[in-house]
Design a protein around this ligand. Structure first.
Ligand code: FES
Length: 235
C-alpha cells in the first residue's frame, strides 16, 4: 500500500506514503508558513513557524511524515500562538531596518510576520552577531539579518557541493561561518550566488560588482577575480 489516509482540518485525504504534513497540507491548498524549509535543500526544522497540532502536541510539519490515521489541525489558536512566538523570537534578534534593506518587500520573514499579524516585537534583550562581510567580490553577508535557518548552508554544501559555509559555535553565539571564521573572500566560496537565492531574508545579498564576477566566470580570459577585492578587468 503506497498511500496513507490522514485528516487535515477535519477533511480526510489520501496521500502518497512518505509525504510530509507540510506538503500534504499545501497540496490541499492549506497555507502553512515556513522559513527554514527548502525542499531538497534544507530540512533542519529550526524556525518552528510551520508547527501544526497533532493530538496534544505541536510538531514542525516540514519534517513530519504523515502516518495513516493521523489527525492534524493547522489553524487552531494554539498553533497560531506558537507560530507567532517563534516568528517574534526570530524578529527580536533581527536587524529590522526593513526600509533600507535590499530585501524589503521581498523578505520571507517579513511576509510570514505579516501573515501572522505581528505588529510589534515584545521580546527585547541582547543581540547576537552584527558582523558584516564585504570581502567577497560577489556576495555581501550581514549577520545581523541572519535567522540561522541553514538554507544557505544546504545550497552551498548539499546542492553546489562547495561547502564554504557551515554552522559554528553554540547557543546564542551560533553563527554561519566559513572555516575558521575567515572572510568569505578567503574561503572556498566560488561566488556562484546560490546562497543568495536560498536566503529568505537580507543576510546574503549581491555585491554591486556581482555582474562583473559572473562575466569573469563566463569568460575567464578576459577577467581575473582577485579574492580580496572586487573583480578586476585585465587591461
Ligand atoms: Fe518547519 Fe522551519 S519551516 S521548522
Amino acid at each position: 500500500m503506497n498511500t496513507v489516509k490522514i485528516m487535515i482540518d477535519g477533511v480526510e485525504t489520501e496521500i502518497v506514503k512518505g509525504t510530509t504534513v507540510l506538503e500534504a497540507a499545501r497540496d490541499q491548498g492549506i497555507n502553512i508558513p515556513s522559513l527554514c524549509y527548502l525542499q531538497g535543500v534544507n530540512h533542519s526544522s529550526s524556525c518552528r513557524v510551520c508547527v501544526v497540532e497533532v493530538g496534544p502536541r505541536l510538531i514542525a510539519s516540514c519534517t513530519l511524515i504523515a502516518e495513516d490515521g493521523m489527525k492534524i489541525q493547522t489553524n487552531t489558536k494554539k498553533v497560531r500562538d506558537a507560530r507567532r512566538t517563534s516568528a517574534q523570537l526570530l524578529l527580536s534578534d533581527h536587524d529590522r531596518e526593513c526600509l533600507s534593506c535590499s530585501r524589503g518587500g521581498n523578505c520571507e520573514l517579513q511576509s510570514v510576520s505579516n501573515s501572522l499579524n505581528i505588529r510589534e516585537v515584545t521580546y527585547t534583550g541582547e543581540h547576537s552577531s552584527r558582523e558584516k562581510d564585504y570581502s567577497s567580490p560577489a556576495i555581501v553577508r550581514d549577520a545581523s539579518k541572519c535567522i540561522l535557518c541553514g538554507r544557505c548552508v544546504g545550497a552551498c554544501g548539499t546542492v553546489q557541493t562547495v561547502g564554504a559555509i557551515g554552522f559554528a559555535k553554540r547557543g546564542f553565539d551560533t553563527v554561519i561561518s566559513t572555516a575558521f571564521g575567515r572572510p568569505l573572500a578567503e574561503s572556498t566560496c566560488v561566488n556562484c550566488g546560490q546562497c543568495i537565492m536560498a536566503c529568505p531574508v537580507g543576510a546574503l545579498t549581491e555585491h554591486e560588482n556581482i555582474r562583473d564576477v559572473w562575466d569573469a566566470i563566463a569568460d575567464p580570459d578576459q577577467y581575473v577575480v582577485v579574492q580580496t577585492a572586487p573583480a578586476v578587468r585585465v587591461a
